[in-house]
Design a binder for this molecule. Structure first.
Ligand SMILES: Cc1cc2nc3c(=O)[nH]c(=O)nc-3n(C[C@H](O)[C@H](O)[C@H](O)COP(=O)(O)OP(=O)(O)OC[C@H]3O[C@@H](n4cnc5c(N)ncnc54)[C@H](O)[C@@H]3O)c2cc1C
Length: 392
């Protein structure tokens, strides 16, 4: 009887983790299954590019896992039954002995009326393609309003403005756009907005989205043929609904090895996990956080199953990397308190750096154990096996 490890989600956290587990654990006594809704590895970091009209390289999960022994199950996760140690899928059920939950996040509408019905977003591939189709249908002078001046809002507004110079792009921000950046980086951002002709509506809180645009809290109307909601990310409710201990926002509460504090056979990584970083603050939802939490989660799973020491991964957050179209970017370093340092990188050098990071994240998904010992470990004792229903 092999120990069944099920990984939910094959994004930055899940695809990397499954690759590590399959390469480090002996298939004689472990079986690793990854469940993902779509057949491709989706580079979420590039979805604003896809929405703007650029074609992205496809990365098939079947190719990424080829030869590793990972079993890929294409299905949508509907629920986790933690009592029966079973995952409910849209086409059956899957039992586990150890579960790694990495379902990522989706758009957060913050309860603003009209967002779900009328706004576009870029947090998943289907949504990015819907926006692209809408942009394709807009004529010269078509108006696009991006709501939010976080990383995704800035990247989306600049990417659309650069790729589609015929459109009129505006950005609505709660405060001064980029007021969380250092003064120099903020100046660079303003110059980029001017260069792209992006109209900035600062100190604007959007209270409603309609088919014809957005309405500010003070009643100001921002007319637009496409409103793009970049108000942040929210996790899927599946974890909290399953009875796993979760925060009020639905992120899974774990110990410092990424193990659920309520269910020790469940681990979590990526956007789905609530974890305090080295600076004493929750790690932001980001690709870097997905990397560190996955490293920690896989290290802990392998350590505990094989009777080895559980390693400790430093959970750092060093900075924000914001693309401004394809030829410009800002890399803003942050200090131990997560405040912007005065040092930042800008322009083509920052754009090259970001391009390297994007390529590096795909490379590490394909080579997750590069530099690690290649020996596969046997489990320490007779593998645990749940008595739950058989695999569907
Ligand atoms: C446009 C955009 C730009 C970004 N830019 C940056 C950036 O520059 N730097 C940065 O650090 N972060 C950036 N992010 C954030 C980053 O993409 C996320 O933090 C990261 O993807 C989190 O990784 P994850 O593995 O937790 O989730 P994901 O990468 O989202 O992976 C989750 C996986 O689970 C699958 N899934 C979800 N629900 C289900 C279900 N019910 N059933 C089956 N499968 C399911 C999804 O298909 C996906 O494959 C950006 C995000 C967006 C949208």
């Amino acid at each position: 009887m092999r120990h069944r490890i099920v990984v939910l989600g094959a994004g930055y956290a899940g695809a990397y983790s499954a690759g590590v587990l399959a390469r480090r654990l002996d298939p004689a006594d472990t079986e690793i299954t990854v469940v993902n809704a779509v057949p491709d590895f989706v580079e979420r970091l590039r979805l604003h590019q896809l929405a703007a009209g650029q074609d992205l390289k496809k990365h098939r999960l079947a190719d990424i896992f080829a030869g590793t022994g990972v079993r890929l199950r294409l299905a949508r996760v509907e629920a986790v039954d933690v009592a029966r140690k079973s995952v409910v899928l849209d086409d059956g059920e899957l039992s586990y002995d150890t579960l790694l939950y990495t379902l990522g996040s989706t758009v957060a509408d913050h309860g603003v009326p009209g967002v779900a019905e009328h706004a576009f977003h870029v947090t998943d591939r289907a949504a990015a393609l819907r926006l692209r189709e809408r942009l394709d249908g807009l004529g010269e002078g078509g108006r696009v309003l991006v709501v939010g001046d976080g990383l995704t809002g800035i990247e989306t507004a600049t990417e659309i403005a650069e790729s589609r110079p015929g459109l009129k792009v505006a950005l609505a921000a709660r405060g001064e756009p980029g007021d969380w950046l250092s003064p120099g980086a903020r100046r660079h951002l303003r110059q980029a907005f001017d260069r792209f002709g992006i109209t900035v509506h600062g100190h604007t809180s959007v209270s409603r989205v309609e088919t014809t645009g957005a309405i500010g809290a003070d009643g100001t109307v921002f007319a637009a043929e496409a409103t793009v909601w970049c108000g942040g990310f929210a996790v899927h409710p599946i974890a909290a609904d399953s009875g796993l201990e979760a925060t009020a926002t639905g992120q899974i509460v774990v110990d410092d090895t990424m193990r659920s504090v309520s269910h020790p056979d469940v681990y979590a990584a990526g956007d789905s996990v609530h974890v305090i970083g080295e600076n004493g603050r929750p790690l932001p939802m980001s690709c870097a956080s997905a990397g560190f939490t996955s490293m920690q989660a896989t290290g802990a799973i392998i350590g505990r199953l094989t009777g080895r020491k559980v390693p400790s991964t430093a959970l750092k957050y060093v900075g924000n990397h914001i693309s401004l179209g394809r030829r410009d970017a800002i890399f803003q370093m942050v200090d131990g308190e997560a405040r912007a340092k005065s040092w930042f990188l800008r322009g083509r050098a920052a754009a090259h750096f970001k391009s390297g990071i994007l390529k590096g994240s795909i490379w590490s998904t394909n080579h997750p154990t590069f530099g690690m010992p290649t020996r596969k470990h046997r489990l320490a004792a007779a593998p645990e096996r749940s008595t739950a229903a058989a695999v569907a």
